[in-house]
Design a protein around this ligand. Structure first.
Ligand SMILES: Cc1cc2nc3c(=O)[nH]c(=O)nc-3n(C[C@H](O)[C@H](O)[C@H](O)COP(=O)(O)OP(=O)(O)OC[C@H]3O[C@@H](n4cnc5c(N)ncnc54)[C@H](O)[C@@H]3O)c2cc1C
Length: 300
């Protein structure tokens, strides 16, 4: 099906994008990679009267590192991150970017669009919550920085006002002896995962876990920070019984729903397994090992 008619506006600057959003009103939408919005428009589940294209605004597609922070412009493509040095500095970023959908979607879809869409199955909302991340938004009153944990409020719902645009995502670079992994299980490449897990560990020495962040994806209306699972590791030796306790706590924290990707019970079991595996990979990376990881596919 074709999308319902709409007008197209190419914003040359952020100020123009914000002004257009104000002038064109509630029926206007920003378009970035179009990988979520265009399919919805074709199915007539979204009928924006106007699209404001932010792809030609300079500075929105830069990836920069400065003062211990990584700044990722809102229109940076998943593929840009897959191939950037940011993914080497913070492996969780590479794991996430390289596993999203297929090459076509990764070449078009943007990190800003993914967070603004707030799809409960989206990978970035999960992976970036395992790091200290903030979302930078611009609106008529200037710029504001929102911690990621406050940005996504519910499924498909963020704190963004209608006349605000996500301009960048800021990520604190993890300290030395810190390592992370984002794992997701999928039925095939061009679909969203059945469940995902992101883990970032900071080690004291080779065996003691100083700090842990554990986030579950696709098993709730938003990504879930599994705080009891984190407590099972923090300040403790990274040994089998503590890892098992963390995986059990992660399963308990999950709030999955049965759907075409699997039953609630299956997803709960799966997310615990992903957490356990991600802990193992994160720990090895924290110890300086280079370990390939990312999305896993059914039948492989
Ligand atoms: C077949 C397929 C499989 C996919 N599989 C996965 C997957 O496995 N994992 C995953 O994470 N994602 C997956 N996706 C989604 C993909 O990652 C999209 O890129 C992402 O959801 C939206 O990014 P976009 O740039 O395409 O946004 P768009 O489609 O352009 O926009 C999405 C929404 O965000 C708003 N928006 C976009 N940018 C901004 C901005 N800067 N400021 C304010 N609002 C903004 C738009 O108005 C719209 O409401 C898949 C998509 C497809 C089509």
């Amino acid at each position: 099906m074709y999308a319902a008619p709409f007008s197209y506006h190419r914003a040359a600057s952020l100020q123009e994008a914000v002004k257009l959003l104000q002038e064109l009103g509630e029926e206007a939408r920003v378009i970035a990679g179009g990988q979520s919005l265009i399919p919805l428009m074709k199915m007539r589940m979204a009928r924006p009267a106007a699209l404001i294209d932010i792809n030609f605004i300079s500075g929105l597609s830069d990836i920069q590192t400065s003062k211990g922070e990584l700044r990722i412009g809102a229109t940076v493509r998943h593929a840009d991150l897959e191939n950037s040095s940011a993914g080497t500095t913070i492996p969780i970023v590479h794991d996430c970017a390289a596993g999203i959908a297929d090459v076509q979607v990764r070449n078009q879809g943007t990190i800003g669009g993914s967070l603004a869409e707030a799809d409960p199955s989206g990978d970035w909302g999960t992976a970036l919550l395992a790091l200290e991340s903030s979302v930078i938004c611009a609106g008529p009153d200037g710029q504001r920085t929102v911690p990621l944990e406050d940005f996504i409020k519910d499924a498909y719902t963020t704190v963004l006002a209608h006349n605000e645009v996500v301009t960048a995502i800021q990520v604190k670079i993890p300290p030395k002896h810190s390592g992370g992994a984002h794992l997701a299980f999928k039925r095939s490449a061009p679909v969203y995962p059945t469940a995902s897990a992101s883990v970032q560990l900071t080690m004291e020495d080779h065996h003691m876990c100083k700090d842990a962040r554990i986030v579950l994806g696709c098993v709730g209306l938003t990504a879930i920070r599994a705080k009891e699972a984190e407590k099972a590791l923090q300040g403790k030796a990274l040994e089998e019984k503590n890892v098992r306790a963390a995986a059990d706590a992660a399963r308990a924290a999950a709030e999955p729903q049965s759907d075409m990707r699997g039953s609630a019970d299956y997803k709960r079991l799966l997310v615990g397994t992903l957490v356990k595996r991600a802990i193992g990979i994160a720990a090895r990376r924290a110890r300086g090992e280079s370990v390939p990881a990312g999305h896993e596919y059914a039948g492989r």
